[in-house]
Write a protein that binds this ligand. Structure first.
Ligand SMILES: Nc1ncnc2c1ncn2[C@@H]1O[C@H](COP(=O)(O)OP(=O)(O)O)[C@@H](O)[C@H]1O
Ligand SMILES: [Mg+2]
Length: 417
C-alpha cells in the first residue's frame, strides 16, 4: 500500500496543500517556516485518526480545530480515496491530540461504486474488522443505530457491510496505524536519558510515552531487540559499529533481577504472597574500549544511534523523517542517506531537509519544493513543475555531466522566475 498523494485543508500553514508523493522517497525542501514540518505532522494525523472517536454531528467545540485530509491510496495496483475531517487540539509542545474524526471513502476503482460513502469509525476496529461480525444479530441492532444516526442510506449500507469493504478498510487502517515520525529533536539532550530502566513483567514500570519516541522509549526498544538477539539487532550493530559507520564498538545490556513480593489478603483472612517479576536493565555503549551510559554519549552520537535504529528497524508502512542532517556530521550523513534510500525501497519515506549535502544524494524526481505564500499558505510542488521545463531539462543535463543537486539548489534556489 502506498500513499500516492494527499491534500490538506486548514491545518496550520497548510490552508490547501496538495502534492503527489513518490512510492519510495520524497524529500521536502524549502526555507524555514515554509511548512515542511506541518506537512509531516498532518500525515501523522492519519495515524492518530485511526484511534480517535467518531465525530458526532451535534458536537461542535469552538476551542478545537478542524482540518480535512484527503488521501489517495494505491493498493493491489488500484486506487482508493479516503477523506477525513479531523477534530484536534494542539498542546504547548505543539503536539496534536486528535479527538474525533469523520471518514469518507471512495472505492470506485475497486468495486465500481463511484460514490463517496460515510463510514463511521465505530463500524470497524484494527483487530476486529466488522466484516467478520456482520452475521451476529446483536451487531445488526448496533449497526441499525449507527446507520440511522449517520443517515446512511440502505444502498450504501448494503455496500459497506460486504466482506470486501471490511478487508479493504482493515488494510487501510493498518497502513495508517503504521505511520511513524522521527525527528532528531525527540532525542535532544542525552543527559535526560536515564542510566537504567526498571521493568515489571517485561514492561517499563514507568510509563513510556506512546506516540512520540523519547530517550527512554529508544533505550527500551533497543533493549528488546538486544534481548531477542535477532537478525535486526545484528544488522543494527553492523551498521553503527566498526564494520559500518563506526559510532560505537558495541551495545550491551546488564540485567539484574530485583526480588520483590507483596501480599494479598482475601476475605476470611487468607494471606497470599505475590511474587513480582522485576528487572533492572542497565544499558552500556562501548566506544574505544570505554563503557558509557547513554547520558554520557554526545548529543550527535545519541541522535544518530536513535535515528539509524528507527530507520532500520521500524516496520512502518510510511516513515516520516524530519531533517536527518541535524547533529550528524557530513561523513556519517552520506551513510545515513544511503541507508534511507535503501530502506525506502521497502517502505515509503517522506523526509524534510535543509541540507544541500542531503540533496546531493537525491534525484530531482524525489523532490517537493515547499513554499509559503501569503493568503495561500504552504504550497508543495514537485520540482519538475516548480521550475520551468527548460530549467528542468538543463538541470538534468547538468546533473548528468558534472554537477550535483545540492550545488544547483544553493545557486539557483530552484526559482521559477
Ligand atoms: N500549531 C500551529 N498552529 C498554527 N500555525 C503553526 C503551528 N505550528 C507552526 N505553525 C506555523 O506554520 C509555519 C510553518 O512551520 P513549519 O512547518 O514548522 O516550517 P518548516 O518545517 O518548513 O520550517 C510557521 O510559520 C509557523 O508559525
Ligand atoms: Mg521544520
Amino acid at each position: 500500500m502506498k500513499l500516492k498523494s494527499y491534500e490538506i485543508d486548514s491545518y496550520r500553514s497548510c490552508l490547501r496543500t496538495k502534492s503527489p508523493l513518490q512510492d519510495t522517497l520524497t524529500g521536502l525542501i524549502g526555507i524555514n517556516g515554509s511548512g515542511k514540518s506541518n506537512i509531516l505532522n498532518s500525515l501523522v494525523l492519519l495515524k492518530k485518526m485511526v484511534r480517535s472517536r467518531p465525530l458526532t454531528r451535534d458536537e461542535d467545540s469552538p476551542s478545537r480545530n478542524k482540518c480535512r485530509i484527503t488521501a489517495e491510496i494505491e493498493y493491489q495496483k488500484k486506487t482508493l480515496f479516503m477523506r477525513g475531517i479531523i477534530e484536534y487540539e494542539t498542546d504547548e509542545h505543539n503536539h496534536d491530540e486528535v479527538y474525533s474524526s469523520q471518514l469518507k471513502f471512495n472505492f470506485r476503482e475497486f468495486l465500481n461504486y463511484p460514490k463517496w460513502i460515510n463510514i463511521p469509525l465505530q463500524l470497524f476496529s484494527l483487530t476486529n474488522p466488522f466484516s467478520t461480525s456482520i452475521n451476529k444479530p446483536l451487531m445488526d441492532s448496533r449497526w441499525m443505530d449507527i446507520i440511522q444516526y449517520y443517515h446512511i442510506n440502505q444502498e450504501d449500507f448494503n455496500f459497506i457491510r460486504t466482506r470486501r469493504i471490511g478487508q479493504l478498510l482493515n488494510a487501510v487502517f493498518n497502513f495508517f496505524d503504521g505511520i511513524n515520525y522521527y525527528s532528531a529533536s525527540q532525542f535532544s539532550d542525552p543527559s535526560r536519558c536515564p542510566v537504567s530502566m526498571e521493568l515489571e513483567e517485561n514492561r517499563p514500570s514507568r510509563r513510556v510515552r506512546v506516540g512520540g519516541v523519547g530517550h527512554e522509549r529508544f533505550i527500551f526498544d533497543l533493549y528488546q531487540s538486544w534481548k531477542a538477539k535477532n537478525i535486526q539487532f545484528k544488522r543494527y550493530i553492523n551498521t553503527v559499529g566498526n564494520e559500518g559507520i563506526g559510532l560505537v564498538d558495541n551495545v550491551q545490556f546488564t540485567e539484574i533481577d530485583i526480588p520483590s513480593s507483596s501480599y494479598e489478603v482475601t476475605v476470611g483472612g487468607k494471606i497470599q504472597k505475590i511474587e513480582r517479576n522485576r528487572l533492572l536493565v542497565v544499558p552500556n555503549f562501548s566506544i574505544n574500549n570505554i563503557e558509557l551510559s547513554p547520558n554520557q554519549l554526545s548529543e550527535g552520537t545519541f541522535k544518530t544511534l536513535a535515528l539509524v535504529y528507527y530507520i532500520l528497524n521500524d516496520d512502518s508502512k510510511l516513515l516520516l523523517i524530519e531533517e536527518p542532517e541535524v547533529c550528524v556530521h557530513h561523513g556519517l550523513l552520506s551513510s545515513i542517506i544511503s541507508l534511507i534510500k535503501t530502506q525506502s525501497k521497502q517502505k515509503q519515506i517522506v523526509m524534510s531537509t535543509h541540507s544541500d549535502f542531503v540533496l546531493d544524494h537525491l534525484e530531482p524526481e524525489n523532490l517537493l519544493q515547499v513554499k509559503w505564500i501569503p493568503n495561500k499558505g504552504t504550497i508543495a510542488t514537485p520540482l519538475n513543475r516548480a521550475i520551468s521545463k527548460n530549467d528542468y531539462k538543463e538541470l538534468k543535463i547538468y546533473l548528468k555531466e558534472s554537477g550535483n543537486l545540492g550545488e544547483y539548489w544553493k545557486e539557483s534556489g530552484f526559482e521559477n522566475d
